[in-house]
Design a protein around this ligand. Sequence first.
Ligand code: ADP
Ligand code: MG
Length: 684
Amino acid sequence: MMLQDPVTVLKGVGPKKAEALARLHIETLEDFIYLFPRDYQDRRILTAIGEMEENSTAAIIGRVERVVQNDYQRGRKQALRLYVSDGSGGTQILFFHARYLMKYFETGREYAFFGRITRGRTGLQMVHPDFCRAEEWEMGIFPVYPLTKGLTQKEIRAWQRAVSPLISDKEDYLSDDFKTRNRLVALPDAIRTMHNPGDRRSFQLARYRLIFDELFLLQIGLAAVRSRTGSRDGIAFSPGTEEEEYIRALEFPLTKAQRRAVNEIMADLEGPQVMNRLVQGDVGSGKTAVAEIALFKAVKSGYQAVMMAPTEILARQHYERFRTCFASKNIEVGFLSSGQKAAECRRIREALRDGIIQILVGTHAIIQPDVEFRRLGLVITDEQHRFGVDQRIRLREKGENPNVLVMTATPIPRTLAAVVYGDLDVSVIDEMPPGRKPVQTCALTAKDREKCYTFVEQELAAGHQAYVVTPLIDESETLDVRSAQEVADELAERFDGAHGHGRYTAALLHGAMKQEEKDRIMEDFAAGRIDLLVATVVIEVGINVPSATVMVIENAERFGLAQMHQLRGRVGRGGDQAWCFLISGSETETSRARCAIMQESSDGFCIAEEDLKLRGPGDLFGTRQHGLPMLMMADLIRHADILKHAGEEAKAILAEDPDLNEEEHRPLREKVEDLFGEGFTLEL
Ligand code: ADP
Ligand code: MG
């Protein structure tokens, strides 16, 4: 076997499994060794049943005394209940919808269980733990890999074991000198340790190496991107076009912060140098209006402009807004997305080439090679953290040195933004439009759920709308999480006239749905035809529904603080008081602290920093954070020190060997080209 081999060379990987693996972006054995565990199970210690502690995770071995299969009445779950004891005490193990396990567990035999301990009606219990016969039990630290439908943990572990001898073939693109200087372990060692951590120290060293790599490669790549932007001479837009009148005619006066951002952008646009500006502003701070003014200026200066948004829904919302605003100004606005009919696309592409469409709004469909502009002068990317570096570059390359504006609600401290975005200038919108009542945030537990939904009902009765967000679509491996489907069924029963006794319309929205279906539901919600929307995080980005006043987040412990903050930003966009309810499925110190932060602060920057403090550095079971798409392990905020250090090293290498042509840098060069996508070469 070789690293370049397809996964199908593995025993047990046929077309079905290969398809499932492809969903995890795994096609070759090399991809496989980079599939790192998302967590580890520490099975080095066995806990006596009598000493089990609520809310901890533990391994126990006990004799099955009794097996009971409960068939509940309608709507309740069918459960298999094991009574297990080990001399120090007894406990119950629960499995839902698992009648098939009855055959597996024999009364009088010993089994090992590993899982989270929770409190049930009759005492401590484990729900859906991992299990095996006692004699099969192995001690150690076990990797937990990300899964997708059709794959099991057992399979992935077995395949990882099969592939692991190949890890030694992995070429290290850093020289020995470089590694010694930066106290980095060898790449194959780091990879091997991630799959099989051994002790804490070697795990930390391995993780450090991989985080360093990501941040180092990122900065080498960005340096190349920057130099590729080429000459700093750009298009100068005409001074004093009618934008001041346009601003005066807006339905609201700009906030001071918006005004400042607009002034900075106008100065950039009128200057001879190309604009490269990042606008950072919390959710709801009014970034769209700022973009709109820039678009207006581009058109009035005789250029075309384009705005790219990460989702169809968001793109369409921008499109509707711009089309209405610009209609009276005789500005032609077009829309392009992958969901459109071929004929429609063709018409739009032609109109663009002829310069008839002056402003194009769309999803990433607009970076397709056959989308050409006549005279592109301004490129805007909304929620830019959702796009890859190469996507941004490809959009930019549709014009000749067009001005570039990127907008983000992800709070990145100014100093960090300077590293990540290099020579990007930054405008911060640090003020909310007036009259916005801060969203009232309440932390709740499962026993308050009833009260919470009574409140939701009152809001619906008042003609408002509500979101309920859950972390997962389907029943999951951990059954203490309420799935979107489950919540949706329950709420439909309660609120929806078509399904139950209620008077409202409820709908479910999740990421696995077809694009058209998602769009239809979102449109219905925005138009008020749906009152209650149960959703997974697909609604996180940017959409605006002013009469939505309630955001309920189920299993709040499963969400990042920044993510919850984004979600909360979806409500309170109209004049009415808005509410956010965080329902926690677990009552730990951390989850209480997290809720407290959400209650106290409505400032995205502050929340991001508190999040960082809470998570702390170097935790063995640390969560992955996704910022830039290529960052799997590194977190720009948490690993700020490594970022800085790696940045200095990147600079030093490029100063010495700008094209990475020297023999010892060749592997590094290949790696960078590989990461930054096809056709991406270092041209310095
Ligand atoms: P975001 O920064 O999250 O993209 P939006 O641009 O979507 O925020 O703006 C959120 C809402 O605030 C919109 O309904 C918009 O019309 C409104 N808004 C923006 N600027 C102002 C302002 N200066 N005064 C009042 N409302 C504003
Ligand atoms: Mg926005």
